[in-house]
Design a protein around this ligand. Structure first.
Ligand code: NAP
Length: 260
C-alpha cells in the first residue's frame, strides 16, 4: 500500500515532462494518490492533458494564479468535483527575463511586483482557497531555492520572491496548523526545466552545485518528487513550517563551490 493511498491532491505548476511538478506527480501517483492539475493557456493544456492522463487524473482545469476570478473558479470546481482535499503542491514561479539578466539594483517596481505576486503571493491565494476543503487536516508543499537566503548570481528578484515564499510558508503553517494543516517548503537543487532556463548561466550554476554538494552531483526531479510525497503523507505528520532541502547537501557546504 502506498503512503498516499486514499488521498486526493492538487499539483499546480505542471508545464511539461521536465517540470519538477512531473516528478512530484509520478511519485504521488505511485504512492496511491488521486491527482488534479491546472494548466496556463491553451498551449500548455495540450502538453498537460496527456501527462495528467498518464497518472489517471480526471481533474485538469485552467488556472492563472495571478487572476483572483480564475482562482475562485478553479477552487469552486475542485469543491464541486471532490468536495474534500488532502493535499496541495504549489510548483509555480515567474519573473521577467530582464529582471534576471540585468543587475539586481536596476529591478523595476513592475518586475518586482510580478515576481512576488506569481512566485510568492499565489501560494497564499491558493492556500486560503484550499484550506476550507481540508476538513480532516492536510498538507501543503511549495517549491523554493537557496537563492532565498544566499546571493546566487543571476537569481536576483527571484531570490527575494523565494525569501517571501519561505516566510509565507511559516506564517501559513502557524495559521493553518489550528486546522491540522501542515505547510512546508522544499528547497530543490538546480534542475534543468523551462523556468530554470530563464536564470542566466544556469549550466554553470549546475556545475558549481554538483561540485559543491556532499554527494558530488545534482538532484533529479524524481528525488524532489519522492521527498514531496513524504512531506504530503502522514509519515511527515509532525513536520510543519519547515524548509526541507533536497540539494544533495549543497547548502551545508562551504558556500564556495569553486574550492575543490
Ligand atoms: P517549470 O516546469 O517551468 O514550472 C513552472 C510552472 O509555473 C510552469 O508550469 C508555469 O507555467 C507556471 N506558472 C508561471 N506563471 C504562472 C501563472 N501566472 N499561473 C499559473 N502557473 C504559472 O519549472 P520548474 O523548475 O519545475 O519550477 C517549479 C517550481 O520549482 C518553481 O517554483 C521554481 O522556482 C522551483 N524551483 C526550481 C528549481 C530548478 O532548478 N528548476 C530549483 C528550486 C526550485 P508556464 O510554463 O506556462 O509559464
Amino acid at each position: 500500500m502506498g503512503i498516499l493511498e486514499g488521498k486526493r491532491g492538487l499539483i499546480l505548476g505542471l508545464a511539461n515532462d521536465k517540470s519538477i511538478a512531473w516528478g512530484i506527480a509520478q511519485a504521488c501517483h505511485r504512492e496511491g494518490a488521486e491527482l488534479g492539475f491546472n494548466f496556463l493557456g491553451e498551449q500548455l493544456e495540450r502538453r498537460v492533458r496527456p501527462l495528467a492522463k498518464k497518472v489517471n487524473s480526471r481533474f485538469i482545469e485552467a488556472l492563472d494564479v495571478s487572476d483572483d476570478a480564475q482562482l475562485d473558479a478553479f477552487f469552486d470546481k475542485v469543491k464541486e468535483q471532490w468536495g474534500e482535499l488532502d493535499f496541495m503542491v504549489h510548483s509555480i514561479a515567474f519573473a521577467n527575463k530582464d529582471a534576471l539578466r540585468n543587475p539586481f539594483s536596476t529591478t523595476s517596481r513592475e518586475d518586482f511586483r510580478l515576481a512576488l505576486d506569481i512566485s510568492a503571493y499565489s501560494f497564499i491565494a491558493c492556500a486560503q482557497r484550499a484550506a476550507p476543503m481540508m476538513k480532516a487536516g492536510g498538507s501543503m508543499v511549495t517549491m523554493t531555492y537557496l537563492g532565498a537566503e544566499r546571493v546566487i548570481p543571476g537569481y536576483n528578484v527571484m531570490g527575494v520572491a523565494k525569501a517571501a515564499l519561505e516566510a509565507s510558508t511559516r506564517y501559513l503553517a502557524q495559521d493553518l496548523g489550528k486546522q491540522g494543516i501542515r505547510v512546508n517548503a522544499l528547497s530543490a537543487g538546480p534542475i534543468r526545466t523551462l523556468a530554470a532556463s530563464a536564470v542566466g548561466d544556469f549550466r554553470k550554476l549546475m556545475e558549481k552545485s554538483a561540485r559543491g554538494s556532499m554527494l558530488g552531483r545534482n538532484v533529479s526531479q524524481n528525488e524532489v518528487g519522492n521527498t514531496t510525497a513524504y512531506l504530503l503523507s502522514d509519515l511527515a505528520s509532525g513536520v510543519s513550517g519547515e524548509v526541507h532541502y533536497v540539494d544533495a547537501g549543497f547548502h551545508v557546504g562551504s558556500g564556495d563551490p569553486g574550492i575543490e
